[in-house]
Design a binder for this molecule. Structure first.
Ligand code: SAM
Length: 381
């Protein structure tokens, strides 16, 4: 079998697999996938785990084992420290579906990676549309340009830089998509969006965490509104407003109370919730609700540290119980938040509608998360 036939077959199986698993439902995205072979965008793979190491790939002639990896539902790391990748195909397809790009749209992508998603966006926006994809790493953009040229994609500008300021030269954009976990919605993104434009924003739920809230937001007259769609994971935003993992901070806070007797200990209330969510997800959903009630949440690898602003008392949400140290202040607040959460039907992070305003606004039955330049308002769907 010739290599072309082999890649054609693998690509067809790959598309069938995405359809069978329910990720791919949209004909236009299927056509975009068909015309944008993923192997043309992969020139190296950083393998992790047992077979750790850098695999150089010749995109014109990948080996059959490399092709099998490229045409699987796997995110492939192209760079480490700082990292870059081509995201997991089912996630890419899901986000394209949510973004609903039409012919003639101008699109801004944050995080160029290998350029594969930019090529798919370019296919969807057609010859009258245009895609700007931006990445902070020069080696990433250099390679992405090469991949897009190899694929023959013309309507994409690959820009090197920190995307927190957007890219005013080609604005306004009908669609904006982030493919990295972002600390906030930067004012430039909002300003550079067309009226009624849509942003798919991957916003961190807790600082320095790769898991995020995927929001679909539409621009209204004076605010953006939408909802939490899903809870994917991405690498962390870097640059001037970059984030770092907070595990050390959590560990230091816990160490302050090492050897001290807990002020309180209570069995997990979430242990009795049997709706298909696993324990970790339930704990994260509770921690997010507590965060909306004004408590600070610092995730650890296997627990959540909850504290108040002055950090004099803490609670730890363990797998099966909550312990409090330093006094009852934080524990009482967490218990109050937990009671409200249970009364509200123990909402998941996907159960919220979201609005973004340029200033503080107070709305009934909702919770505010204030960032430096914008305020997020969460309410239950
Ligand atoms: C998951 S990868 C992007 C995947 C890409 N969309 C694709 O489909 O191949 C995330 C990228 O975001 C980039 N990034 C991180 N912080 C950034 C920032 N402040 N500005 C621009 N790009 C950034 C990283 O360098 C990395 O290449």
């Amino acid at each position: 079998m010739t290599e072309t036939k082999n890649t054609d077959l693998l690509q067809r199986d790959f598309i069938d697999m995405l359809k069978a698993t329910g990720s791919l439902k949209n004909k236009a995205i299927e056509q975009a996938l068909q015309s944008t072979p993923r192997h043309l965008f992969v020139d190296r793979i950083h393998a992790l785990g047992k077979r750790k190491g850098l695999i150089e790939v010749d995109p014109k002639c990948p080996t059959s084992s490399q092709l099998e990896r490229i045409y699987s539902d796997e995110a492939l790391l192209s760079h480490l420290n700082p990292p870059s990748s081509t995201s997991q195909p089912s996630l890419v397809v899901h986000m394209l579906d949510i973004l609903s790009v039409r012919a003639g749209h101008r699109v801004f992508e944050i995080g160029a990676g290998t350029g594969w998603n930019a090529a798919l966006l370019a296919h969807l926006s057609g010859p009258d549309g245009h895609v700007v994809t931006m990445d902070i790493q020069p080696d990433v953009t250099r390679r992405a340009r090469r991949h897009l040229k190899r694929q023959g994609t013309k309507n994409v500008s690959v820009i090197t830089g920190d995307a927190s300021k957007g890219y005013a030269k080609k604005a306004p954009y009908d669609r904006l998509i982030t493919t990295v976990t972002c600390p906030t919605l930067f004012p430039a993104w909002w300003e550079q969006l067309s009226p009624k434009g849509i942003i798919v924003l991957t916003l961190n739920d807790f600082p320095g965490e790769s898991q995020c809230l995927m929001l679909k937001l539409q621009k209204r007259k004076d605010h953006l509104s939408g909802e939490v769609i899903s809870l994917p994971g991405f690498m962390l935003f870097t640059g001037k407003h970059g984030m770092t993992f907070q595990w050390d901070q959590a560990r230091k806070l816990v160490e302050k109370f090492a050897g001290k007797r807990p002020a309180a200990k209570e069995r997990a209330s979430w242990a009795d919730i049997l709706d298909g969510r696993d324990g970790w997800t339930l704990r994260r959903d509770l921690a997010f609700f507590a965060h909306l009630q004004g408590l600070t949440v610092i995730p650890m690898q296997n627990a959540f540290v909850i504290t108040t602003h002055n950090r004099s008392t803490i609670c730890i949400i363990h797998e099966n119980h909550i312990t409090a140290y330093g006094g009852n202040e934080c524990f009482d607040k967490l218990k109050e938040a937990q009671t409200k959460w249970l009364r509200a039907g123990s909402p998941s992070r996907q159960d919220y509608c979201v609005e973004v305003w340029p200033s503080t606004v107070h709305q009934k039955n909702s919770w505010e998360l204030r960032h430096k330049d914008v305020t997020f308002i969460f309410s239950l769907k």
